[in-house]
Design a protein around this ligand. Sequence first.
Ligand SMILES: CC(C)(COP(=O)(O)OP(=O)(O)OC[C@H]1O[C@@H](n2cnc3c(N)ncnc32)[C@H](O)[C@@H]1OP(=O)(O)O)[C@@H](O)C(=O)NCCC(=O)NCCS
Length: 331
Amino acid sequence: MNRTYNCGILGLGSCLPEKVITNSDLEKMVDTSDEWITKRTGISERRILDEDIPTHKLGVEAAKKALADAGLKAEDLDLIIVTTETPDYLSPSMSCLIQSEIGATKAAAFDLNAACSGFIYGMSVANQFIKSGFYKYVLIIGCEGLSKVTDWKDRNTCVLFGDGAGAVLFGPVEEDYGIITTYTGAAGELGKNITIPCCFIGPQDIEVRTGENKRTLWMDGGEVFKFAVKIMEHAAKKVLEDSGLTMDDIKMIVPHQANIRILEGAAKRLNIPNDKVFSNLYKYGNISSASIPVGLDEAYREKIFSKGDSIILVGFGGGLTWGSAIIKWNK
Ligand SMILES: CC(C)(COP(=O)(O)OP(=O)(O)OC[C@H]1O[C@@H](n2cnc3c(N)ncnc32)[C@H](O)[C@@H]1OP(=O)(O)O)[C@@H](O)C(=O)NCCC(=O)NCCS
């Protein structure tokens, strides 16, 4: 039988734009208030990239930091996957742009779109390649520029999102460490609840709604909220069951950051205290597939995890999609 390898985290890095948009700034743009946004979402501010800077630049910086953290060179990479629902271009992909800018000459590269669940989907792909020994070093970069598809006149959505990138370098690690299990799922019939138009401009075969300028994000917030709380509970329980662990074995959940009330609702259903659920939502808002790697990077730098800690990652979002994983911290 062929040898299999354990896939774990070798390096992490993130990059957030410097420009901050506060709730008070938004009060001047739409009919809203700092009080409403803070109370209903938990968000105080978000980072926004200048309109004339392409989003993949954030991914380049995050990638360089993850490589430095791992002590590896760009030339060592076998594969780069950028998870994004906001690519700068459909072609070339973000992953090819980043591959070229960091000089990862040996790496294959492709983009993966599973919206806010993208990072978990990417991890599950990396896990298969590394476990089998087919690739050694796989870099996953969650890289998102939601500001570029935001309708800044729509108070229902413009207060929620931000820009950012988080990169995690996966590779072989010692036995019993790294990714224990992953779980991914989708409910395409619910797709109309979060829509961002792209190439197709013919008669719609699903109800794709848009913001004012026809290329912006539209969302039924209430429907997504209900889905998110239920799916976070389901996806976290599924990976616990698959790995034979219980919530007592888990140090922390690092979830996709969409709304503090979603995180608190899921914590309640899972019967765990709110402080067992990592959150940096107040300062970044929802950065789609970048939120889990950025959260992981911050928790790592704040030294929240020790070697051997088991951590649940859980995401949900457009598609609609979801994903979860358990990782035994190996750094
Ligand atoms: C969008 C969201 C914050 C709305 O919060 P909510 O508590 O569900 O809001 P409600 O539906 O109770 O209230 C909506 C009311 O607030 C108003 N409202 C919406 N945005 C507002 C804002 N920024 N400021 C003030 N009022 C606002 C609406 O116009 C509506 O008013 P109406 O009742 O007069 O029509 C919430 O549903 C949410 O976070 N959903 C999930 C979104 C998400 O996570 N998406 C991404 C998943 S990856």
